[in-house]
Design a protein around this ligand. Sequence first.
Ligand code: GAL
Length: 374
Amino acid sequence: MLSRTPPMGFNTWNTFGENISDKVIRETADVMVETGLLDAGYNYLVIDDCWSLRERDPETNKIVPDPVKFPDGMKAVSDYVHSKGLKFGMYSCAGTRTCADYPGSFDHEFLDAKTFAEYGADFLKYDFCYKPQSANGPLLYRKMGMALKACGREILFSACNWGCDEVSTWIRSTGAHMFRSTGDINDNFRSFKDIAMSQIDNLAYSGVGCFNDIDMLICGMYGDGNVANGGCTDEEYKTHFALWCMFSSPLMLGSDLRKLKDQPFILNLIKNKNLIRINQDEESRPAFAVNGVKERITFAKHLSNNEIAIMFANLSDSDGCCELFFDELGVPASSGYGLEMKDCFTNQTMVKKEYFRHFLKAHSCEVYICKLVK
Ligand code: GAL
């Protein structure tokens, strides 16, 4: 089964945009193995937009990989990615052109799905630009869902219509395994905060088999790359990653992974076992906002094995206290129970009764994996 838990991997768009190549993909594949990212669960390497020539082959009608960017063709790239133990992902679009104006799959769905299968693709991101006015959005995703079923390979279907047409309510029925629910992320605090906040009411639509994708990660971009827009501090990247884990979003890395050897903070963060465990919990229960005062919000997420993840997020621009009365979580003082709380960043454990209050700097967070104890 695909997408039993939120898919994890890397996507070229956030950093590389159109500057993708055989070399970039091979080097990224190498780094994903060398840095332990593959072992941590990041197993998809996805090529986003701008990989093809501007027009289809007039004879075969197929999309053609750009021979300058990919001189050995796509199968060779895919074989290399597979040889590293990774899975290979491609990109296309439900409209006539992709967002960066390359051929889209509209009316060529079955041919393109077959072509991606020939490349050995394991993943397809499917965008929504240049949709003919008269075309029905949900039907276009159903079509590609069917084309992938017919293509002879098991391919994870990653829909990307940015939340149009109330996508969370129908996308699961198209066969998609994940779906973008928002516009594009930028590398700054405001962008990831707004994206996360916009999805609080949609989290219950996300679950085993089809996850709400709140976009690729920006951790480690530090203001460089295709979606650069000011950058974030380490503390902000920590809050960003923790939110994505709490919200059961797919975890698609978006920075230049080749720089990770010089970015120990980011490497530790994206490999944090506790946070990844929260994200990958087999029950995939939605997080919920327990309380929130002045953008200091507490999120909770039930986990398997009778555990609960709790995130205190100070998303406001000023330092202040985050607090939680356990009663609000469903644990009244009268029950006699408190929480044993393991800090996901330090692994230290403490026991708290009735309430928790901590001072948090602006834009920072704390995350705990908790158990009920007497
Ligand atoms: C956008 C999409 C981005 C990226 C881009 C490529 O529509 O949301 O994630 O794929 O197109 O042009």
